[in-house]
Ligand binder design. Structure first.
Ligand code: PMP
Length: 362
């Protein structure tokens, strides 16, 4: 018996599967270097390679760990944050969670202002990580009561505190120029593919802008497509130059914008974003369940929206192309909503859940 176990262990080591996972230094060292997952069912369906960065595998559980680390390093480098200081941010939750981890690792306090329509799971996670959380009523960016302006004022009222300002702080875009972009390029090249298109939704715009700017330099032929949910102005802005909403609102958390942030502007000014697609919530919800049921990958609605956009672009391009996107975070962060029949019914989205997936819902 012992011998069989031993042989099996050796077989695992020598099976030819490359062991690439590095040894890293603390939480910050574990950020990034996420796998690129080829989505088999959707690749088969489209005749393309549909591939997605598994950002839910970041140590804080989302793509925003990258931005969180970069904005804190930027504040430190500019002398804005000293030992024992406080990081203050306005966030839909994921940046806050990334910041709360980084703050614990670096000995800072963390204070988060977030709109009070976000999932309870994100608030609970933030509090578990020791952050002080202020859920505030939803208000547009033009209103001084908006969660970002509250964060800015709070930071200004404290000694040794910094408002990391993820929406307009270019260190956020820089995170993706220095990490997501190069990782994607390396992963695509390692399979001998050519990256034909990249699709990505926008909250702050950091993920889209940084990756797009890196691709512009390194893979100029890649078509970069902004994926937009209902209630956001960016689809019409890309198509018609108008800051006008398409549709009312969306259940997708963390994405959709009412303005052109400095991060997004950095990429638009360089002509690094070429097109946009609009994705209704019904399609995002349906894809949440398709990814879970067909691929075993539970993701949040923004990830699903990104994948819907990747499939649409692949269908436009035709067979034989490679389209990449981003799986921003995991479904666990939204379990009380996406997997709850009452909630889905209240949003008019229960019928969007594919019939063969209804058993996932309580
Ligand atoms: N998806 C989720 C779940 C998010 O929390 C965010 C960030 N708010 C995004 C996507 C968008 O990322 P970015 O801020 O880089 O545009």
């Amino acid at each position: 018996m012992m011998q069989r176990v031993f042989k099996r262990t050796l077989a695992t080591v020598y099976s030819g599967r490359p062991i690439t996972a590095p040894v890293v230094e603390g939480f910050p060292g574990a950020v990034g270097n996420t796998p690129l997952i080829r989505l088999k069912s959707l690749s088969d369906q489209t005749g393309c390679n549909i591939v997605a960065k598994a950002e839910f595998m970041n140590p804080g559980g989302s793509v925003k760990d990258r931005a969180a680390l970069w904005v804190v390093k930027d504040a430190e480098n500019h002398g804005l944050l000293k030992a024992g200081g406080t990081v203050v941010e306005g966030t839909a939750g994921n940046t806050g969670i990334g910041l709360a981890h980084v703050c614990r690792a670096r000995g800072y306090k963390c204070v988060i202002f977030m709109p009070n329509n976000q999932s309870q799971e994100k608030i609970d996670t933030l509090r578990m990580l020791g952050a002080t959380v202020y859920p505030v009523p939803v208000a547009p960016f033009t209103d001084p009561a908006n969660y970002n302006h509250q964060a800015a004022r709070y930071a200004a009222s404290l000694e040794n505190a910094v408002w990391t300002n993820q929406f307009d702080n270019i260190a956020n875009t820089q995170a993706h120029i220095e990490s997501t972009g190069p990782e994607l390029r390396h992963q695509i090249a390692s399979r001998g593919w050519k990256l034909d298109a990249f699709t990505c939704a926008t909250g702050t715009g950091g993920t889209l802008a940084g990756t797009a700017l890196y691709l512009k330099e390194s893979a100029a032929k890649t078509k970069v497509v902004l994926a937009d949910p209902p209630g956001s102005v960016l689809y019409k802005y890309m198509k018609e130059g108008k800051l006008e909403r398409t549709g009312d609102g969306s259940i997708t958390e963390g994405i959709g914008q009412g303005r052109v942030t400095e991060n997004l502007k950095a990429a638009l000014d360089q002509g690094a974003v070429h097109d946009a697609v609009f994705v209704p919530d019904e399609e995002s919800i349906s894809m949440v369940f398709r990814l879970l049921h067909d691929e075993g990958i539970p993701v949040g609605a923004s990830s699903a929206l990104n994948v819907v956009a990747a499939v649409k672009v692949a269908e436009q391009l035709g067979e034989g192309h490679t389209v990449a996107t981003v799986l921003c975070d995991g479904a666990q962060r939204y379990a009380s909503r996406l997997f709850n029949k009452d909630w889905l019914v209240s949003k008019g989205l229960y019928d969007a859940v594919p019939e063969d997936c209804r058993h996932y819902i309580k």
